[in-house]
Write a protein that binds this ligand. Structure first.
Ligand code: NDP
Ligand code: GDR
Length: 371
């Protein structure tokens, strides 16, 4: 039985990857952080009783800032594969906490690689690094492919640049099977609530039920290549199953603006919006409501507004990936379309909003869960 260790197992990708590896018969170890509240909501459905005979899903407390902790876990688990998905992954927040971001995202990667080497596991343990399209930042070529030069535009992206190159360096210097997946944005109903897609689907679902009135966003014109996280974790696994380690761009090759994402998500809820104003005066006005999915919305009411607090000091305006190499060498195709992904996210958040509305109508306080 193969053993895998996942850092960031409690995150969006970690949860889908753990499911995938358990399905494939792996023994899966995950590193979770100690928090004052439970932070395992995304993996509770696959939890296994540690007292049972031979559990295949095992959680360890740990942190990417803690060398001795990482070394001890690696020594204990002796994994065949390590997936380094743990990170301070929010680009905007990285401007607020640049040093911590560097410690976790850059040096955390070095700590893992060095621990593998220190323990003499460099010929046994394969290593996947969660690299990112944010490396392209101020884009030098469109679409972006493996050979496109990097130009990071945030403390997050600069930290990830270090992680990218230290992974390449350990591969070349020590012959490790170590590779980078340069993944473009990928989303799902499990996406963190402060990333733009989930922020939109969650807020619009709440607005449709009259639980919220307005959604505040930053740059509506940013362009992204959005895929589904379930497809992308399959790719992470595939990258560690090849004869030799290589870096791959994983993307859909299609691009949409944040504004278009709002329109498509709203339309899913039976809301058609028209845009008025420009820049920070921009408002998304409700032009019409069709069907019965948005009983809480008043026609003509503005439901989207731009708030400059969500603008970034340096923005990544446009990202579009070219996944040809992954298609040719790994036979990979995304299975979920952009439209199906938005539908799935909206349906999930509408279901939650309806339950909150029901609870509120019976006197329960849903404020906490709407924060
Ligand atoms: P999430 O933010 O959903 O998950 C991040 C995970 O990292 C969480 O489990 C989090 O724990 C954990 N983590 C944060 N800080 C630490 C730390 N100091 N020590 C150990 N673990 C830590 O990210 P995603 O699942 O979306 O992304 C997975 C990886 O892929 C990240 O590295 C991200 O940067 C990268 N990536 C993501 C893309 C995307 O579009 N989703 C695209 C390209 C790259 P906790 O739950 O306790 O917060
Ligand atoms: P990104 O994702 O920065 O691409 O990083 P995010 O969803 O945060 O932003 C995408 C674009 O939307 C614009 N935007 C807003 N973003 C947020 N979060 N909130 C808003 O209100 C808002 N309004 C407009 C942003 O300016 C940006 O242009 C994600 C993360 O998962 C990274 O970890 C990963 O490496 C990259 O994707 C690929």
């Amino acid at each position: 039985m193969k053993k895998a260790l996942i850092t960031g197992v409690t995150g969006q990708d970690g949860s889908y990857l753990a499911e995938l590896l358990l399905d494939k018969g792996y023994e899966v170890h995950g590193i979770k952080r100690r928090a004052s509240l439970f932070n395992t909501g995304r993996i509770d459905h696959i939890y296994q009783d540690p007292h049972a005979d031979n559990p295949r899903f095992i959680l360890h407390y740990g942190d990417l800032t803690d060398t001795s902790n990482l070394t001890r876990i690696l020594q204990q688990v002796q994994p065949d594969e390590v997936y380094n998905l743990g990170a301070m992954s929010h680009v905007a927040v990285s401007f607020e906490s640049p040093e911590y971001t560097a410690d976790v995202d850059a040096i955390g990667t070095l700590r893992l690689l060095e621990a593998i080497r220190f323990l003499g596991l460099e010929k046994k343990t394969r290593f996947y690094q969660a690299s990112t399209s944010e490396l392209y930042g101020l884009v030098q070529e469109t679409p972006q492919r493996e050979s496109t030069p990097f130009y990071p535009r945030s403390p997050y992206a600069v930290a990830k640049l270090y992680a990218y190159w230290i992974t390449v360096n350990y591969r070349e210097a020590y012959g490790m099977y170590a590779c980078n997946g340069i993944l473009f944005n990928h989303e799902s109903p499990r996406r963190g609530e402060t990333f733009v897609t989930r922020k939109i689907t969650r807020a619009l679902a709440n607005i449709s039920q009259g639980l919220e009135h307005q959604l505040f966003l930053g740059n509506l014109d940013a362009l992204r290549d959005w895929g589904h996280a379930r497809d992308y974790v399959h790719m992470q696994w595939l990258m560690l199953q090849q004869d030799k380690p290589e870096d791959f761009v994983i993307a859909t090759g299609r691009q949409y603006s944040v504004r278009r994402f709002v329109e498509i998500a709203a339309n899913e809820l039976g809301i058609e919006i028209t845009w008025q104003g420009q820049g920070v005066d921009e408002r998304g006005l409700v032009a019409s409501i069709h069907g019965d999915r948005a009983p809480g919305v008043v026609v003509g009411q503005p439901i989207v507004a731009v708030d400059p607090q969500y603008f970034r000091p340096t923005e990544v305006e446009t990202l579009l990936g070219d996944p040809s190499r992954a298609r040719e060498r790994l036979g990979w195709e995304p299975t979920t379309s952009f439209e199906a992904m938005v539908q799935e996210m909206v349906a999930h958040d509408l279901d939650t909003a309806r339950r909150h509305k029901l609870l509120a109508s019976h006197g329960y306080n849903v404020a906490l869960s709407l924060e």
